[in-house]
Design a protein around this ligand. Structure first.
Ligand code: SF4
Length: 291
């Protein structure tokens, strides 16, 4: 729970604030960019939300924050409804939803929900939270959790207990979930289902994987994300735990696939026409090879 006595001096005066426990995961800046900004290695409110939509976005950020570092000076009666509104569609089609409820155990990584007739999926683990459990239950529960890598497994055990879902992770990161029901092996792509391909992409970690859904949505964990500053896809050079050289080779193999969405754990997500996405991936590769 955020505390006013820990309010960061970088916040503007007013109702919403970030306190000193912020871990700089950037979730609030993605959800409510009109109110939150980066400042001094953490987040801060640079503009109090003006109007109902900006206020809703700020409350979404408050709900998603992994460390409960966002607070308000006055009560918000609509907060319960905002908490129940996750997961939120990433686009108008509603084929993929963003879970919110980031977990500190995965340093605030994003996770996603895919409703499917053959069984709903979670991509990486959100934080265990009663309103999210209730929302997922209303949507028919979850049959499987696919984990992009060992850093973003968070509350997998709680979701397994609640929904009886199976957990899948690459054997290279298997130590993160010793109870996993399925281990991916090797570096060849795996047709996990007719609509989802597992693409092993070792580099960030030994067992990192991307998941390609309907040849449109690529879930990338910490392998690949969008850089708003550079205006192209990029990889985290300073957070490569296994092998940069291997990660470059894995990135090169992604050129074999077509997709329009990059949905990462950390960093910004992006939608581009497939041809433009490919060009950005080529730019990313050239950038990586210089590092
Ligand atoms: S969501 Fe919370 S922890 Fe993450 S940057 Fe914002 S205030 Fe900090």
């Amino acid at each position: 729970m955020a505390r006013p006595d820990r309010r960061r001096p970088e916040n503007v005066a007013g109702d919403f604030y970030v306190d000193s426990t912020c871990i700089d995961c950037a979730a609030c800046r993605e959800l409510a960019p009109a109110s939150f900004t980066a400042s001094g290695g953490q987040s801060a409110v640079f503009s109090q939300p003006q109007g109902p939509e900006a206020q809703r976005q700020a409350l979404l950020a408050l709900t998603a924050c992994p460390t409960a570092s966002i607070g308000t000076l006055r009560p918000h009666p609509d907060l319960a409804a905002v908490r129940a509104s996750f997961p939120l569609p990433v686009d108008t089609g509603g084929e993929v939803l963003y879970c919110g409820y980031h977990s500190e155990k995965s340093f605030g990584a994003a996770s996603y929900f895919i409703p499917r007739p053959d069984g709903n999926l979670l991509i990486d683990s959100p934080r265990e939270a009663a309103p999210l459990f209730a929302s997922l239950e209303k949507r028919g529960g979850v049959s499987a959790m696919l984990l992009t890598h060992g850093d973003d497994v968070a509350d997998h055990a709680a979701f397994h207990r609640r929904f009886g879902l199976t957990r899948s992770i690459h054997a290279g990161d298997g130590r993160a979930v010793p109870e996993a029901e399925e281990l991916f092996q090797g570096t060849d792509p795996i047709a996990w289902s007719p609509d989802l391909t597992v693409i092993p992409v070792p580099g960030h970690t030994r067992g990192s994987c991307c998941f390609l859904y309907k040849e449109r949505y690529l879930f990338t964990g910490d392998h690949l994300a969008w850089s708003a500053r550079r205006k192209h896809l990029y990889a985290f050079r300073d957070a490569c735990w296994y092998s940069w050289k291997t990660q470059v080779a894995s990135m090169e193999r992604l050129l074999d696939y077509s997709f329009e969405w990059v949905l990462p754990g950390h960093g910004s997500r992006i939608q581009l026409p497939a041809a433009e996405m490919r060009r950005s991936l080529e730019t990313c590769l050239a950038w990586m090879k210089e590092r």
